[in-house]
Each structure stands twice: as structure tokens, then as C-alpha cells.
Design a protein around this ligand. Structure first.
Ligand code: AMP
Ligand code: ZN
Length: 184
């Protein structure tokens, strides 16, 4: 099975389910980029956001509801999470990222991992919903635009400091965790 179908395979196992309904399911990201990182996927075979139409708005709202349920399971606060889709996803089946804002997960290893969550490459749930309501579909961005976003300088999401490498940024992010009294 090709690697990009692994999500489709893994949602079939009930032991992976954090929450589920008739329309969608939540699993934990296998390579979490934050301390809490969930993925919400529909059961319907929809590849990505570019296949969505305004008819899918009820499905998106159900995915949001399940994402909020996963945050409750994590016993964290909604305000400490971001929810959205990647502009250029690597894995098949549409998936909504539900991710805590620390970005200190063991899977946060490369500059690309940072930039796909901290530039326009991360498309917030609300903007996807609004685009579907306004246009009836999600427009494809150009490869050149995507490439330019990938080389955005690394900047902390909690202060305005910039970093040369993901290693130094991650050490800095752990400092933010310690500052709020969380265990790094
Ligand atoms: P993307 O396609 O960029 O939106 O992200 C795909 C996400 O799926 C990444 O955050 C990966 O860490 C995650 N991932 C890859 N394989 C699995 C798997 N088998 N189970 C759960 N999450 C996975
Ligand atoms: Zn900072």
C-alpha cells in the first residue's frame, strides 16, 4: 500500500478512534507536531479540500464538532488549539488538523513542518468554510506561491523572535512551555 494511503488504512481500526460519528472519525497524528495533535477524517472517500463543494458544508461542521470533542478528551482549552487544512497535503483522504499551539511534538523536525503550520500553507477551518460558502469550491494556489511560502524565515508563534534552524526554534518553544509552568 502506498504510504500516502496510511490514514485511510489506520482509521479502520477502532482502537485508533478518539471520537467518531456516522460521518467522520478522529485519530491521533502518528508523528505529532505538538503535544496534542489530532486528525479528523470523513468516512466518505474525499481526497482533499479541492474536492469539496458547498454540499459538503454540513460534513465540515460535523468534522469541527468532532475536533472540538477531541480537544475535550485532551483536557486542554479550545483557545490553545488551531484547526485547519494544509494547502498542499501529503496524505490522502481529507483531514482536518486539530493541534495545540506549543508545536513541541516529537514529529516537529524540519523547517517545512514549521512553515506548513505557520504561513498561509495552513488554511484555517473558518477560511475554508467561508471560501466554500462564497465560491462553492476551494481554489488551487500556484506551485510557485507554495514554494515561496515554504522558504519563509522561521519565526516563533508566541513572540517575534526569528530562528535559523528548527532545532534552535524548538529549544526556544520549550522555554515558552516552562514559562507557563508546563512540563517541557
Ligand atoms: P498533511 O498531509 O501534510 O496535511 O499531513 C499528514 C499528517 O498525517 C502528518 O501530520 C503526519 O504526521 C500524519 N500521519 C502520517 N501517517 C500517519 C498514520 N499512519 N496515522 C496517523 N497520522 C499519520
Ligand atoms: Zn518565542
Amino acid at each position: 500500500m502506498p504510504w500516502f494511503n496510511a490514514l485511510i488504512r489506520d482509521i479502520q481500526f477502532p482502537t485508533n478512534h478518539v471520537a467518531r460519528s456516522d460521518l467522520a472519525v478522529v485519530i491521533r497524528d502518528k508523528f505529532p507536531k505538538s503535544r496534542q495533535h489530532f486528525l479528523v477524517l470523513p468516512w466518505a472517500d474525499i481526497d482533499n479540500v479541492y474536492q469539496l463543494t458547498s454540499q459538503h458544508i454540513p460534513l465540515l461542521n460535523e468534522m469541527l464538532r468532532l475536533g472540538l470533542q477531541a480537544i475535550e478528551v485532551s483536557r486542554c482549552h479550545r483557545a490553545d488549539f488551531s484547526m485547519g487544512f494544509h494547502m498542499k497535503p501529503s496524505m490522502r483522504r481529507l483531514h482536518l488538523h486539530v493541534i495545540s499551539n506549543d508545536f513541541t511534538g516529537r514529529g516537529m523536525k524540519t523547517e517545512k513542518h514549521w512553515n506548513i503550520f505557520h504561513t498561509d500553507l495552513f488554511m484555517p477551518f473558518g477560511s475554508i468554510l467561508a471560501e466554500l460558502e462564497e465560491r462553492g469550491h476551494i481554489h488551487q494556489r500556484s506551485p510557485a506561491y507554495i514554494q515561496s511560502l515554504l522558504s519563509t524565515p522561521l519565526e516563533c508563534n508566541q513572540c517575534d523572535r526569528q530562528f535559523e534552524t528548527i532545532v534552535t526554534l524548538k529549544a526556544h518553544l520549550l522555554g515558552h512551555l516552562v514559562a507557563i509552568g508546563a512540563e517541557p
